[in-house]
Design a protein. Structure first.
Length: 212
């Protein structure tokens, strides 16, 4: 079970810079937040610490992130677990989910700014390139698209891995939504094109992070 934040950790998070998420505290305090996936240490000098998207959400909600939220990526800055489509038990819907998604996307843009060599926010960062499915799903969910449910025939999007190491496949129930998903990903810094599966004749979008 995830331990609750201490009073000192809450104060640290709430005192972070509202624009950049930059944190100030002792090395031990900052390291503890990094281990919880709520902060990351910038790789370039002066190696300041900043809130991750999960840290931004914790500050916004003034509560601990959900206990079942994966933190495996804490060293890169914990990224919000977007819905990839087809989850058997989707997260809560409604305004709270909308706020979480919006906060996660803003946190991702800040992570791009802080970790891309040229501080660019218009193309994916290193974390996204190693978590392609989650990154593409976040871009789609943040744009307002609804992910597919667990039932067959559901009318939402699905993001899936592909044999290509740097690309994901996006499926949608109709041509219009598929085209819209491709345009959204292109606007979020991805290269996207529509293709047809030879065996099933099913249309899909193949997307990969743009590098320049």
């Amino acid at each position: 079970m995830t331990r609750p934040l201490t009073a000192a950790q809450r104060r640290l998070i709430e005192a972070a810079d509202p624009e950049t998420g930059r944190l100030k505290g002792t090395e031990a305090q900052l390291t503890a937040l990094v281990k919880r996936g709520l902060a990351f240490r910038h790789p370039r000098p002066p190696h300041d610490h900043f809130l991750t998207p999960a840290g931004h959400r914790a500050r916004e909600a003034r509560s601990e992130p959900p206990e079942n939220e994966p933190q495996a990526h804490a060293s890169a800055g914990g990224v919000f677990t977007a819905r990839v489509g087809g989850e058997p038990a989707p997260p809560a819907e409604g305004p709270s989910r909308t706020r979480e998604v919006r906060s996660a996307w803003q946190g991702m843009l800040e992570l791009r700014r802080m970790t891309n060599p040229d501080a660019s926010t218009n193309r994916p960062c290193a974390w996204e390139r190693t978590h392609l499915v989650q990154a593409a799903a976040l871009a789609l969910e943040a744009a307002g698209y609804r992910p597919a449910g667990a039932a067959d025939g559901d009318d939402g999007y699905q993001v899936r891995e592909t044999p290509q190491p740097d690309a994901v496949a996006v499926y949608a129930p109709d041509a219009a939504m598929l085209r819209a998903c491709a345009e959204t990903l292109e606007g979020a810094g991805w290269q996207a094109g529509e293709y047809t599966e030879p065996r099933t004749r099913r249309r899909y979008v193949l997307a990969s992070p743009r590098r320049v």
